[in-house]
Ligand binder design. Structure first.
Ligand code: 13P
Ligand code: SF4
Length: 332
């Protein structure tokens, strides 16, 4: 159905209750031959109607293989951009184009280009949480689940520049033993976790295991029993014999934990003073059932990328997919 056709038959999103929104989204999804991809940091009600929920690498691969006219992407804008770069034939819709990322904002392409140029011969290894323009200036992209494996494949005589997350970068330096020059960006969500609150929670729950995302600062990671991407944390809580877990990543993922590991208890580590909701990603949570419904109804907002930029950003993303699939190099 064309955009006008779908819109004409659909009531305004603001007038619908939750059940009608869900019903409308599923109907529009089928009318538009769309696939709905969602990150673990989305609201539970969006995760529950998604065709696929995953971490950044899994979402990139799901978008690439999607045989659908339309990809409705519930995540942040850089993730939707990656979907468009890897699957240009699909229309990529995102409920809110303002769903950015503090890491992306910390790394403007012109400043990144100057930084890169000041290290001739270095390899620019860039976290996927950045704009398409920064990707286009990079040698290889990594996600939290593929970064260690990829860094270990960079020839030992090369200087590595790592942008934009300095905490993930510092974690990689610790686990691989490779020195890297770090861009000073941070995730405003993971940077907020309160070390004091975490230590207090550990005292209250002495048998609980701590799972943390590598975007957290080092003092939080030092308390963790497991550090990894969102999917890796999810696997950890499922496979572990522990029954109680302290979770130092965005709490949206706890919904999947409760579904996949019923009977276990998950406690979100608080951010800031322990009283704010600052461990909830304000960018991810811009997507709601209401604007997802409106976006499927209107066929907009739609991700647009100039073909030249798409092709330039595709190269380091393809390198990521190849290097992420290569056999793991030995731990140094
Ligand atoms: P993952 O790839 O681990 O899902 O991370 C995405 C992200 O933005 C974490 O803040
Ligand atoms: Fe960006 Fe942090 Fe939100 Fe992930 S949680 S999208 S890194 S701001």
């Amino acid at each position: 159905m064309n955009e006008m056709g779908a819109a004409a038959l659909s009531p305004p999103a603001g007038t619908l209750d939750r059940d009608s929104l869900v019903e409308g989204i599923l109907r529009l999804k089928s009318e538009r031959a769309a696939i709905l991809l969602a990150h673990y940091y989305q609201d539970a009600e969006i995760q529950d109607i998604a065709d696929f929920v995953g971490d950044s690498l899994e979402l990139a691969k799901a978008a690439q293989r999607a045989d659908a006219k339309v990809i409705a992407f519930c995540g942040v804008r850089f993730m939707a951009e990656v979907a468009k770069i890897l699957n240009p034939a699909a229309d990529v819709l995102i409920p809110d184009l303002e769903a950015g990322c503090s890491l992306e904002e910390s790394c403007p392409p012109d400043a990144f280009a100057r930084w890169r140029a000041s290290f001739p011969g270095a390899v620019a290894v860039t976290y996927i949480n950045c704009s398409a323009a920064v990707k286009a200036l990079s040698d290889v992209i990594v996600t939290s689940s593929s970064a260690e494996r990829i860094v270990r494949q960079i020839p030992a005589d090369k200087t590595i520049l790592f942008a934009p997350d300095r905490h993930l970068g510092a974690y990689l330096v610790r686990v691989t033993g490779r020195e890297m020059v770090l861009w000073p960006g941070t995730c405003i969500v993971h940077e907020q976790f309160s070390h004091k609150a975490l230590v207090e929670l550990k005292l209250e729950h002495p048998d609980a295991l701590v799972a943390a995302h590598p975007e957290c600062p080092e003092p939080i990671l030092a308390e963790a029993d497991h550090v990894g991407s969102t999917s890796s944390i999810l696997r950890f809580v499922q496979e572990s014999s522990g029954s109680e877990f302290l979770i130092a990543t965005e709490p949206g993922i706890i919904h999947q934990m409760e579904k996949l590991a019923p009977g276990k208890r998950f406690i979100a580590v608080p951010g800031g003073s322990g009283e704010c909701a600052c461990n909830v990603c304000p960018y991810m949570r811009r997507n709601t059932l209401t604007n997802l419904y409106a976006c499927l109804r209107d066929g907009a907002p739609r991700l647009e990328l100039a073909e030249e930029l798409r092709l330039a950003a595709l190269k380091p993303l393809q390198r990521m997919l190849e290097m992420a699939a290569a056999p793991a190099a030995g731990r140094g």
